[in-house]
Design a protein around this ligand. Sequence first.
Ligand code: ADP
Ligand code: MG
Length: 319
Amino acid sequence: MPIGEFDLIAKFFTRSVTRAALGVGDDCALFAAAPGMQLAVSSDMLVEGRHFLPTVLPQRLGHKALAVNLSDLAACGAKPMAFTLALALPRVDEVFLGGFARGLLALADVHGCELVGGDTTQGPLNICITVFGEVPAGEALLRSGARVGDDLYVSGTLGDARLALEVFRGTVALDGAGFDAVRVAMEQPQPRVALGLALRGVASSAIDVSDGLLGDLAHVLRRSGVGAQVQVDALPRSDVLRALPEALQRVCTLAGGDDYELVFTAPPQHAAAVAAAARAAQVRVTRIGGIGAAPGLVLVDHNGHPVADTFGSFDHFKT
Ligand code: ADP
Ligand code: MG
């Protein structure tokens, strides 16, 4: 006999809470942001076949479902507090649920983010998490803050998740070690929470890269009413990606998606503070260009020559 809905919730998703006043088990969870703090709230849904492959290990899926949400808090400079989990499951598979919960809750513990509630229903596998974070009132990093003359930076490396997807699609072949490395980037992204916190008061704008650098940067430029120049050869990438043809490197770094790195701007006088934030968060940060007054995005190579932008960004209703 498979266990029922309430046994499932009790077995896999009920934990004691310390930060919240009330967690799983009642009609609502109860918690408050500290005085002077604003709540930062974000939801992200993962759909099988759309956001993940059926072959992904349950533990990695649990990790990723929360990671993509924590990445949104990171992009706002918010500290994770709590999350809810809405799950549609085709059937009760305790092996799947055990792995999923393990990956999910391990990442939650790393970031002190408590599971306080959710919803569970039968249906095609679908995972929707809402995260709650806190940020000092008025200090959230926004997409609208980029200013002419700012430097443009990105954390970590770009493109490995897209490279892994291309291997799954059969368009690229990698050796075992290379594939394992990029597969981890795709299936277990590390949200840049510490960097986001360290960039409060330092960065002028920020966004996390989920749909590809070009597409996500375009949101910042539009909201800020500015343009940008990006040096495509300066984009940080792994050794695995660097060993592949240049055209593929460009697609993966510029239009890859699923990177969950932070792209942010800061005035030049904050360059030392940006470097200090990167050190404090133990994350590599690379300057990839700058913000200008002319609207739009200009791509240049290492000789300063323009590179044609033929790279789309991901849009669920256009692809
Ligand atoms: P209600 O019917 O009042 O909406 P439910 O019966 O759906 O509540 O859920 C009972 C309790 O279990 C609630 O506290 C809810 O937040 C929690 N819950 C349901 N599903 C999950 C889940 N997947 N993860 C965590 N908590 C859950
Ligand atoms: Mg109820």
